[in-house]
Design a protein around this ligand. Structure first.
Ligand SMILES: [Mg+2]
Length: 287
């Protein structure tokens, strides 16, 4: 596996990477590992969620699980890349809130965002619903099984929504991928501006660390460890983990075509996945 001593920052997808699939909150063990890591380097979460979903389901748990004395330091070293890479937030400790530091625009010249949401909501109703009004840039479709707790059913619905979205976008514009990316997160589907995918998130996080922390990186931020669980084509970590920026690890699906992408193998040669793999990666960077 990689030489972990080279990493100067780390970036994690949230659902299925920091959390167990099907569970929307991180564990105490994960919170402890993340606190330990932020003592050593800045971290970012790069998630399809919007700010409020991260704050209510994830951050709130982390705040409860992180010792009070560590909280300030934790937040100083945390960046949130939300909406699949379309918006970045840093924490402003004097205001006690997240502050936006970049946002990409929706390509209105192809189709208006509201118009797309209305039309899609009708098209996908057998499998899911458009999640209206919470996101600022991206369009998110949740499965009809969202609250069921049945991860298999959620994942199946998510796959079907992905297929319908692809078909629909191709009707609008055959080469829609120049303007939009569609990502299947396994718990829903995200349509984001092509310039606002998770690879944008890595670059913005890197630039932020150069500008605000004086951290130096080699070309394409190879000293940022990047981990996610959906690197396959169509997955919402496809552009996150394609190896163009950062050093990518998969804690979920394998992607044989991508030879820059490493699975996570423990000291006994066992392959680890999801939160266990992420905790192992963190242990390698903190030991
Ligand atoms: Mg994920």
């Amino acid at each position: 596996m990689s030489d972990f001593s080279k990493f100067k920052a780390a970036m994690f997808d949230f659902d299925g990477t920091v959390t167990v699939p099907g569970n929307y909150e991180p564990s105490q063990e994960m919170a402890d590992a993340l606190v330990k890591l932020t003592r050593k380097m800045p971290i970012a979460f790069c998630t399809g969620r919007q700010l409020e979903s991260f704050e209510d389901h994830g951050l709130e748990t982390l705040i409860k699980e992180i010792p009070k004395a560590e909280l300030e330091h934790f937040f100083e070293n945390l960046v949130l890349i939300a909406e699949n890479g379309s918006i970045g937030y840093k924490f402003n400790s004097s205001l006690d809130e997240f502050e936006e530091f970049y946002r990409v625009n929706w390509p209105d010249e192809i189709i208006g965002r509201e118009e797309l949401m209305q039309a899609l909501d009708h098209r996908i109703k057998d499998f899911g619903r458009v999640y209206f009004r919470k996101h600022r840039v991206v369009v998110v479709i949740r499965t009809n099984e969202h609250e069921s707790g049945d991860f298999q059913a959620i994942s199946r619905c998510s796959d079907q929504i992905y297929e319908v979205c692809k078909e629909f976008m191709a009707e609008i514009l055959p080469d829609y991928e120049r303007f939009f990316h569609i990502g299947n997160s396994g718990i829903g589907v995200i349509i984001c501006p092509a310039i606002g995918d998770k690879n944008r998130g890595i670059q913005e996080f890197g630039k932020y660390l150069v500008g605000n922390r004086g951290i130096e990186f080699s070309k394409n931020f190879k000293e940022i460890l990047v981990a996610g669980d959906r690197p396959e084509e169509g997955g919402n970590d496809f552009y996150f983990l394609d190896g163009k920026y950062g050093t990518p690890f998969t804690v979920g699906n394998l992607c044989p075509k991508n030879d820059l992408l490493e699975p996570v193998i423990d000291i006994d040669g066992e392959r680890l996945t999801h939160d266990k793999a992420t905790i192992f990666l963190i242990s390698q960077m903190t030991s």
